[in-house]
Write a protein that binds this ligand. Structure first.
Ligand code: SF4
Length: 399
């Protein structure tokens, strides 16, 4: 039995190596909260309390809501919570949460639109008939709006607002909606609602039952693809700063080692020394190569001019001589031009194209790597391929 969640699939899509660390190697790391996740949790629990109190016929006014939020913030805040954006303090983030809650409260008070039928609802959705694949469900707030309309609400504390297409293609809430459509037999229509609290904005998208069935198949395929893959390449992005495995990751581990070293040992690190030397020599090499190429071109021009002036073809040096031969260069229309296409067609027409074509192994390699052809075609090429390890060095600026 395999249980997946939206975040598990998303981890694979964001960075397969991070997925491997988390779900295959099961590496447990002490997950210190970031201030963003801490803020998200505090706002979520405040809104959950607001609606739960309402279920118990207790109306929370705005002051009570903010008092609850601030008390939770104070009680649960730990100095170990990471603030990546160092220009901002804990208090900046706390005040952001206060603003989110005030805006939300003023917009939706008295919170009586529809019937709350679930708060922080957790369940498991079977994806396949054999029950082998399961999907975690966790809904912030589930609403029965009457006449077969159900709404899945999600609170977001992100500071960027995605475009509408992202909501129309969203997988997370749509999977939750699939669970709702199976659970509530009178369900006719499903509205997905995202509350982007930072912008006091409500985003929505609708799903039909057919769309949800298609999504179930897609997710199942995706899960099988993840299970079958043996490759987990790292994918470096801005999200690395929030990755729990950064200090273990092949792309960042050395930086973490350097950061741990005292200043006097830092410059003696063997890796750092090799990189500094490599970059220095490569820079010198590139500079000298460019200068040498420019000098050679000038000397070549001078030599041709000398031969023309003196009416000679060979110029003698101390040990060597240089012969200057004149020849006619055949030029063809450049690639990707109309004329070039006509040339190819003409060669084809006279039955001579094959004689002047060569196999472009670079393009063939790219086609095979990206699986751009069908399995059968690739299988026929496979017997000609052998794999060899190669290494490419790329120099880039540190962040
Ligand atoms: S640090 Fe970045 S590249 Fe490395 S595992 Fe995490 S997300 Fe992937």
């Amino acid at each position: 039995m395999t249980t997946f969640s939206h975040s598990k699939i998303q981890t694979f899509e964001t960075c397969p190596l991070q997925y491997k660390y988390a779900y295959i190697d099961n590496i447990k790391v002490v997950a210190e909260d970031t201030v963003e996740t801490f803020l998200g949790s505090r706002v979520h629990e405040a809104l959950e309390k607001l609606y739960r109190d309402k279920l118990f016929e207790k109306h929370m006014d705005l002051e009570d809501l903010l008092a609850f939020y601030n008390k939770q913030w104070e009680d649960l805040w730990k100095e170990t919570i990471i603030i990546v954006r160092q220009d901002y303090t804990q208090d900046n983030y706390r005040k952001m949460g206060e603003r989110y809650l005030k805006d939300y409260y003023n917009r939706y008070e008295p919170f009586d639109h529809g019937k709350v039928i679930g708060l922080e609802t957790k369940d498991i959705l079977p994806l396949s008939e054999d029950g082998k694949y399961l999907f975690h469900i966790r809904i912030d707030r589930l609403m029965d709006m009457g006449q077969g309309l159900y709404e899945v609400h999600d609170y977001k504390t992100n500071t960027s607002l995605p475009a509408q297409e992202a909501f129309d293609q969203d997988r997370q809430l749509a999977m939750y909606a699939l669970w709702v459509s199976e659970r509530f037999k009178d369900c006719q229509k499903l509205r997905l609602v995202w509350h982007f609290l930072a912008f006091d904005k409500e985003m929505e998208s609708f799903r039909t039952k057919e769309q949800l069935e298609d999504l179930r198949k897609e997710v199942l395929e995706k899960i099988k693809e993840i299970e079958a893959t043996g490759k987990f390449p790292p994918h470096v992005s801005n999200l690395c700063d929030w990755c729990l495995y950064k200090s273990l990751c092949t792309m960042w581990k050395h930086e973490a080692v350097l950061e741990e070293k005292p200043e006097n040992e830092y410059l003696n690190d063997p890796g750092l020394k090799i990189v500094d030397q490599y970059v220095k020599i490569k820079d010198e090499f590139d500079r000298h190569k460019k200068e040498a190429e420019e000098k050679l071109q000038k000397l070549k021009d001078a030599l041709i001019a000398f031969c023309q002036r003196e009416g000679i073809s060979v110029v003698f040096g101390s040990d060597k001589k240089i012969t200057v031969s004149e020849f006619e260069m055949i030029k063809f229309p450049p690639k990707n031009t109309e004329e070039r296409k006509v040339l190819v067609e003409t060669l084809k027409g006279i039955g001579k194209l094959d004689e002047v074509l060569d196999l472009d192994v670079f393009t063939l390699g790219k086609v095979l790597r990206n699986k751009e052809w069908g399995d059968e075609q690739i299988a026929q090429i496979q017997k000609f391929i052998s794999m060899e390890k190669g290494y490419r060095l790329t120099i880039a600026k540190k962040k």
